[in-house]
Design a protein around this ligand. Sequence first.
Ligand SMILES: NC(=O)c1ccc[n+]([C@@H]2O[C@H](COP(=O)([O-])OP(=O)(O)OC[C@H]3O[C@@H](n4cnc5c(N)ncnc54)[C@H](O)[C@@H]3O)[C@@H](O)[C@H]2O)c1
Length: 417
Amino acid sequence: MSHVKDPSLAAQGRMNLEIAEKHMGALLVVRDRFAKEKPFAGLTIGMALHVTKETGILVRTLTAGGAKVAITGCNPLSTQDDIAAALAEEANVEVWAYKGESTEDYYKFLQAVVGKKPDITIDDGCDLISMMHKNHPELLSTLIGGCEETTTGVQRLKAMEADGALKIPMVAVNDNKTKHMMDNYYGTGQSTFDGILRSTNMLIAGKIVVVLGYGSCGKGVAMRAQGMGAQVIVTEVDPFRALQAAMDGHRVMPMAEAARQGDLFITVTGNLNVVSYAHMESMKDGAVLANSGHFDAEIDLKTLEARATGKRRVRHYLDEYKLSNGRIVYVAGEGRLVNLASAEGHPSEVMSLSFCGQALACEYLVKNKGKLPAGVLTMPPDIDQYIADLQLKAMGLSIDALTDEQAKYISSWEEGT
Ligand SMILES: NC(=O)c1ccc[n+]([C@@H]2O[C@H](COP(=O)([O-])OP(=O)(O)OC[C@H]3O[C@@H](n4cnc5c(N)ncnc54)[C@H](O)[C@@H]3O)[C@@H](O)[C@H]2O)c1
């Protein structure tokens, strides 16, 4: 039986789902086909994804295809309670999620999904698959495969694969071009600021914004910061990405130096303690810290909690910490993904692309049941291109096609100057 915060929020949730649907035209094309072909008849899909209105449309796409869905969140602060309530009322859906879950409930809910013995899993961060491998290896023999949504989840899967621990085929949906080049870049770029602004209402123009990590997400965040009139500093450990940042017009320096200069710090590295307590001590009074990477490990909150001389919740998901040197730092979204903790995550248009990837990855796993090797797999490029075509159509855009002469020219080697 579902567990949500307040079933009476369902009416609001249904309206938000309606709005999401209006912007997810590409996914609706997939849903209409699934409704006719029923690729998931008789199958249970277990999901640990942010329970947002966009995820709701993915759930409806899978149930239209004949699946039973068991879903929980993948972050204690990212569930939209109205959406959880609305989904709990839908046929063939069970949902366990509320915003502000305790750690105990978080794992209890993952366990509830595992208890449904899923045939396919969809993870965002690898918690479900990792739990099934660690605690329920007996369920792996009937698991057709799984799909992973985010960079950190794919990294964890690759670590499992390197250890010889990964026993099933896992599709790295994050590695679709239609995912990381869109969702991570434009989605994180926009929604990270949505979260920071809801928490702080600060002016970005004229500020020094430090972006830690210049990958798909960091590039998007830096681009939006620059567009809003900030001076951007990038910190990196990868020399190629650092060069890209410098040539995109940003200042590049080590964090020890950037810490003294920044007004707003945004972590998107997927790494541990990239903002240390020593960095915080050297920051300006009133500096704002936010994380948009998957786990709340990027800002060293443990040491901050232990050493701060005072802490107050001063606004919507904004905590003020007083440091022993008398200065103040603010942390938005409790150091969890700020776009989901303080706001509503990525806009629907971009999630339509990501979730076409998830829906078609599930279908790909079913169609190739028993034929795929255990390990981390990428989707065939033609499926990725099909998703891009669907989205272009949904946006009312068309593009040129190669002429026969051009196709021949670019695939030949004889012609030179
Ligand atoms: N907020 C969201 O909605 C959202 C969406 C997509 C991805 N994510 C998460 O965001 C994180 C980043 O994803 P990505 O796709 O940009 O990954 P990426 O691998 O493309 O980029 C991460 C970058 O961080 C750099 N880095 C690592 N350690 C560092 C350090 N100590 N200092 C400075 N830079 C460092 C790496 O060199 C790399 O360039 C992941 O945890 C991912 O799961 C969040």
